[in-house]
Design a protein around this ligand. Structure first.
Ligand code: BDR
Ligand code: CA
Length: 304
């Protein structure tokens, strides 16, 4: 089993990724860390706890950054994409379970030091918690096993601007800091995630299981698919951004990769753009191809 720390801004596709990870015997989820992004950090923590309750697994949750790494910005939630509650307006009750008191980046530092060269970090929100962890304890950089990031758009256009992908645009300075830190990063960006589509027809199959959790996931995902019907009608469903990052940790053969370095644009019209380049020794593994059907089948066999 691979020990992983899962950094989320829960969000609909984050919730799907959580279920996929927790139902995968290859992974030992040590804890979830939360960040602002799709919603505020308090809402991301609440949603993470609510999803854990629905799935029926008690994994510790550590709240993290409520604002960006350098600028201290707090605004700009994606309620039109993920709903007022961040879970497609499907959340009826607040969770009973509570978050731990330790701060997210301190949990990351503690776990990496406790298990040197073992821990994989999966990050599917803005990279603020990771930037804070390496800023406070740079000695963790050479002892993290892998850092798999859902973010960026290297050879394709962005999704929140013509250039930038949401997680990177939300905190470009944190992304630049993490990508240039020496962390062994695999970038699972829009280059591959926009090729992974969950078709709407699957939602009724989930509902037909009769499970409460499957109904909740179907209602939540229906909201996301409605957004995609206007945002990217050609794909015929919603993109499985965050689940693909989990898929890559379980089985890296789902993707084809190229080694490069990444420069993040931190100012101006192209802010948040992730530019691939070959200056210096290439250190970032960029996903450039995906076996989308094989991944979808694997995801569907585990998510519900
Ligand atoms: C990313 O942005 C968020 O809205 C999603 O949860 C995903 O992590 C896709 O650009
Ligand atoms: Ca996310």
């Amino acid at each position: 089993m691979k020990p992983v720390i899962f950094d989320v801004d829960t969000g609909i596709d984050d919730a799907l990724a959580m279920a996929y990870a927790l139902n995968s015997p290859e992974l030992e989820v040590l804890g979830f860390t939360t960040c602002y992004g799709n919603v505020s950090v308090a809402e991301a923590t609440r949603n993470t706890l609510a999803v854990l309750e629905k799935i029926g697994k008690h994994i510790p949750v550590y709240e993290g950054a409520d604002q960006t790494f350098v600028r201290g910005e707090k605004e700009g939630w994606a309620k039109h994409v993920h709903g007022e509650d961040g879970l497609g307006n499907a959340l009826k009750n607040a969770p009973i379970i509570q978050a731990e008191s330790k701060f997210a980046s301190d949990f990351i530092i503690e776990q990496v030091k406790k298990r040197p060269n073992e821990v994989t970090i999966i990050a599917v929100g803005p990279l603020t918690n990771l930037a804070m962890a390496i800023n406070k304890a740079p000695e963790i950089i050479p002892i993290v096993k892998d850092v798999v990031v859902m973010g960026g758009a290297v050879k394709v256009p962005g999704n929140v601007t013509p250039y930038g992908e949401a997680n990177i645009v939300a905190d470009p300075e944190a992304a630049e800091y993490v990508f240039s830190s020496g962390f062994p990063v695999t970038l699972v960006g829009l280059d591959v995630t926009m090729q992974t589509t969950l078709p709407k027809s699957k939602l009724n199959e989930w509902r037909a299981t009769g499970q409460e959790m499957a109904h909740f996931f179907a209602d939540m995902t229906e909201f996301y698919i409605k957004f995609y019907e206007s945002f990217a009608p050609d794909i015929g469903g919603c993109a499985l951004h965050d689940p693909l990052a989990v898929g890559v940790v379980i089985d890296s053969s789902f993707v084809k990769t190229e080694m490069m370095n990444i420069k993040v644009v931190t100012e101006g019209e192209e802010v948040g753009r992730t530019i691939g380049h070959f200056e210096g020794e290439p250190k970032i593994r960029i996903c450039t191809g995906v076996e989308a059907e094989r991944f979808l089948e694997h995801f569907l066999s585990r998510v519900i």
